[in-house]
Ligand binder design. Sequence first.
Ligand SMILES: Nc1ncnc2c1ncn2[C@@H]1O[C@H](COP(=O)(O)OP(=O)(O)OP(=O)(O)O)[C@@H](O)[C@H]1O
Ligand SMILES: [Mg+2]
Length: 275
Amino acid sequence: MHIAGHTPDAPHPRGDSVEQSAAISPSVTEIESLKAQLLEARKQATLGELLGTTTHEFNNALTTILNYARLGIRHPDKETRDKALNRILSASTRAAKITASVLSMSRSHRSSNRMEPVNLVSLTEEVLVLLEREMMKYRVQVEREFSEVPKVLANPGQLQQVLLNLLVNARQAMPDGGRLILRIATTPARQSVSLLVRDMGCGMSREVMQKMFDANFSTKAGPDETGKGGTGLGLTACREIIESHKGRIRVESSIGKGTGITIRFPSLRPVAAAG
Ligand SMILES: Nc1ncnc2c1ncn2[C@@H]1O[C@H](COP(=O)(O)OP(=O)(O)OP(=O)(O)O)[C@@H](O)[C@H]1O
Ligand SMILES: [Mg+2]
C-alpha cells in the first residue's frame, strides 16, 4: 500500500487542504489501528450471528424433545414410546453437541490472540454443527471430503470466523439450494494443509472478484432472515486473518457455475507425498 507523507519543506497549505492531506495520508500506526478495529467489528458481528444461529438450533432440538415427550405420554403403547424416546435421545445428543461447540467457540474467542496447534477437521465439524439446520433449511447438501491432516498453528476463534463466513457466503450463493463441497487435504509440494469450500451457486463476475476483498463491498441487499450477510467485511476479515497466519487464500469462480475458495496454511509436521 502506498502511504503518502507530508513533505516538510513544501509550502504549508492552509485551512481545508491541511486537514484533507492529513485525512488522506494515514500513518502506518493509524492503518494498523484501523485494521484492528475492522477485525474487532467483524468479530463482534460474527459473535452476534452465532448467538442467533445457536439459539435457533438449540430451540429446534428442544422443540423436538418437547413434542416427542408429549407424544410418549399421550400414547403409552410400547412402540410409540420407544420411537419417542429414540427421537428424544438423538435430539438431546444434538443439543449437547451444540452447547459443546458454543463453549469451545467462546473459549477460543476469549483467548483472542493465542496461536495453538489446530486440527482443521475437528474445527470444521464444530462450525458445521452450528450451521446444520440452516443448511437444511436452504436445502444445501454439505459433502465432506476430509483426509487426515497434520495440525496447523492457528488461532481457533479466528479460523472459526473465517470458516463461518466462507460457509455462509457459499450458502447465500445458492438461494435454491445445491451441493457444498468441503475438502481438507495436504499439499506435499507446498508442505501445507488446505481447506476448499466449493459451492454450485451464482458465481462471481470479474468485477465482483476484483472487489470482493474490499472493506464494505457487498452485493447483498442486507442481512437475510438468519441475520447474516451484507456488511461486506466478511472476506476482508478472512484475508486479514489468513495473512496473519502466513496462509493463502485463492478464489476461483465462474458465473452460473459456482465458486471455490481454497485456504492454505503451513503444516506443523512434514507432509509426505502420497504413494
Ligand atoms: N461463494 C460466493 N459466491 C458468490 N459470490 C460470493 C461468494 N463469496 C463472496 N461473494 C461475493 O463477494 C462479496 C463480498 O463477500 P463478503 O463475505 O466480504 O461480504 P458479504 O457476504 O456481502 O457480507 P458479510 O460481511 O456480512 O459477510 C459478496 O457480497 C458477494 O458478492
Ligand atoms: Mg460474507
